[in-house]
Design a protein around this ligand. Structure first.
Ligand SMILES: CC(=O)N[C@H]1[C@@H](OP(=O)(O)OP(=O)(O)OC[C@H]2O[C@@H](n3ccc(=O)[nH]c3=O)[C@H](O)[C@@H]2O)O[C@H](CO)[C@@H](O)[C@@H]1O[C@H](C)C(=O)N[C@@H](C)C(=O)N[C@H](CCC(=O)O)C(=O)O
Ligand SMILES: Nc1ncnc2c1ncn2[C@@H]1O[C@H](COP(=O)(O)OP(=O)(O)OP(=O)(O)O)[C@@H](O)[C@H]1O
Length: 494
């Protein structure tokens, strides 16, 4: 691409050196710089990318985008100084790839809990409708059924634009993106033109990063306030009317707002909900009438997620019957109240709950059909928001027996994580076991036929991060193996 054309999108404060005629790539990491490319210096939480400008030039960078003047050999390279290089990534990358988000229906899903679930439901319904759709979020980047790893729920702006470009090139009509509050605040979505913004809920999480719930909510609001760069197309904001933050979000957008809810009046409303161990039934009232729904997704929280997804697809012209026909067939989202299929006389659920609200929702989804003990295993990650730990244990206290353990302990000691959790326990029927594998085995060892066990926190993840190392770990595999040993003489299922 002509370099003068590319950089015309940047609000440059100063330009040093001579621009090359053309550039062929963009990089934000000096280790992945290609010949004749642009390198953008990012001040990170660990290192400062400006310190890697020389390394980038050695590898072939011809333009450096920086936040300050750098001592460089300006006979070899040009340097463009901007006030915010993080934002520059999205501007440059979207231009470089030809603004790919403008050519697809872009659906962004934000909220504390439910992003992966709503995104997965949308993706599966669209696939069922034979629409070519792609998805990016916590589980990775799903392009035509191929899953690519990603380090973050919302990737950096360069990778984000690259994924959108790839989805467009592969003929995708829709792209669904999980939008994290970190992603919004750190400009990872700069240059993405969303058509639909969905809000699930705002509850306690990530206060180590945002400071207060107000700032956390404002961060989520950026998806709504930034909705609609392309005035050619209709835009839609979709909010959960049962969540108080929705009123604030409504004020942040100038586009039509659609509501869904269970308790408050809404355009898409769930009622007469019956939670069962293998399905959920409810009535959905919509602008096209009232429809009975029976879906494989479990728990009341999934009624919210199904309502959000249905609303979004309705705004895109799909009829309610065709949406619901697909909704009824889709499998549970991996690791979200996923009931393990096994021959054991106990019911085992794997769930990704790692916030107080998600724990409350996970537990309440099994209470209607619980006949024996409910054993709940809860762990929290190390080096992250400590303030939510006691509240998570408090919510877990609704279970008959609680096992306090770790999630990804990272560099933090088991003792420090467990003592924070323990502060929230409301009864004494619990055990503290830092080693998660031992904790899972303990849950099985104390279970009796008819019991329900929920293993919360790891969900779809097949690893545990201890120190800086990722070890293979699967709650489900450990539990089923331990269960087979324990119950080998009584294999009937409850
Ligand atoms: C706190 C945070 O958000 N960190 C993100 C950040 O890492 P960082 O600031 O430490 O990066 P850094 O190592 O200092 O590097 C700074 C710059 O120097 C460059 N560099 C570095 C080394 C080198 O040799 N050469 C070089 O050029 C880097 O490429 C980078 O551009 O930039 C990385 C690359 O984009 C991210 O992967 C990383 O996310 C980490 C893994 C993370 O855990 N983030 C969490 C807090 C997060 O973002 N979570 C949200 C929410 C999830 C949820 O809702 O649950 C998410 O969207 O994932
Ligand atoms: N709509 C919802 N409301 C409340 N809790 C929910 C909702 N949807 C899912 N949950 C709970 O939150 C957990 C995580 O769900 P999900 O992965 O969909 O959320 P997420 O927003 O993508 O989370 P993360 O940002 O951590 O990846 C689920 O396992 C479930 O316990």
């Amino acid at each position: 691409m002509q370099s003068t054309d590319l950089i015309s999108c940047l609000p440059a404060k100063e330009i040093y050196g001579i621009l090359p005629k053309e550039v062929f790539a963009i990089a934000v990491d000096s280790r992945s710089v290609q010949l004749e490319s642009v390198f953008i210096c990012i001040r990170g939480y660990t290192v400062d990318g400006h310190d890697y400008a020389m390394q980038a030039i050695e590898s072939g960078a011809k333009i450096i985008v920086s936040e300050k003047y750098l001592e460089l050999d300006y006979t070899r390279v040009a340097c463009i100084v901007v006030s915010d290089t993080t934002r520059a990534i999205g501007l440059l990358a979207s231009k470089f790839y030809g603004y790919p988000s403008k050519d697809m229906t872009m659906i962004g899903v934000t909220g504390t809990n439910g992003k992966t679930s709503v995104s997965g439901i949308l993706h599966n319904i669209l696939l069922g409708l034979k629409e070519n759709s792609s998805l990016t979020g916590t589980i990775g980047f799903n392009l035509n059924g191929q899953l690519y790893d990603s380090a973050n729920t919302t990737s950096d702006a360069l990778n984000t634009q690259l994924m959108i470009h790839r989805a467009k090139s592969e003929g995708c009509k829709t792209m669904i993106m999980e939008v994290s509050s970190h992603g919004l605040v750190l400009s990872r979505l700069a240059g993405v033109d969303f058509d639909v913004a969905i809000f699930t809920n705002l509850t306690h999480d990530h206060l180590d990063f945002h400071g207060t719930m107000e700032q956390y909510g404002q961060a989520k609001g950026l998806l709504f306030s930034q909705l609609g760069q392309d005035l050619q197309r209709a835009k839609h904001a979709i909010v959960n009317a049962d969540d108080l933050w929705s009123e604030r979000l409504k004020e942040m957008t100038c586009y039509p707002v659609w509501t869904y809810a269970i308790h408050q009046p809404a355009q898409f409303q769930g009622s007469n909900i019956q939670l069962q161990s293998n399905c959920t039934q409810f009535e959905m009232s919509t602008p096209e009438g009232i429809f009975p729904v029976r879906m494989n997704l479990l728990g009341e929280f999934n009624v919210y997620n199904a309502l959000a997804a249905t609303t979004a697809l309705y705004t895109q012209g799909y009829s309610i019957p065709e949406i619901l026909e697909q909704l009824e067939q889709i499998p549970p989202v991996k690791g979200r109240m996923e009931r393990l299929d096994n021959e054991l006389p106990i019911s085992i659920f794997i769930d990704y709950a790692h916030t107080p609200d998600a724990i409350e929702k996970a537990i309440s989804s099994v209470l209607p059909y619980k006949t024996n003990k409910l054993i709940f295993l809860v762990g929290t990650g190390g080096n992250r928001d400590r303030s939510k730990r006691p509240v998570m244990a408090l919510k877990a206290s609704v279970a008959d027996y609680v096992i306090l353990t770790t999630d990804d302990p990272r560099d933090e000691s088991y003792e420090s994580i467990l003592s924070d959790l323990e502060k929230g326990m409301l009864h004494k029927n619990y055990a503290c076991i830092g080693d998660r594998e031992a904790a899972v085995k303990h849950a099985i060892s104390i279970s009796e036929p008819g019991d329900i066990i929920i293993f919360a926190g790891k969900g779809h993840e097949d690893y545990q991060i201890i120190g800086r190392t990722k070890y293979p770990h699967s709650d489900g595999d450990i539990a089923v193996l331990a269960g087979k040993v324990k119950f080998q003489d009584s294999p009937s299922r409850s």
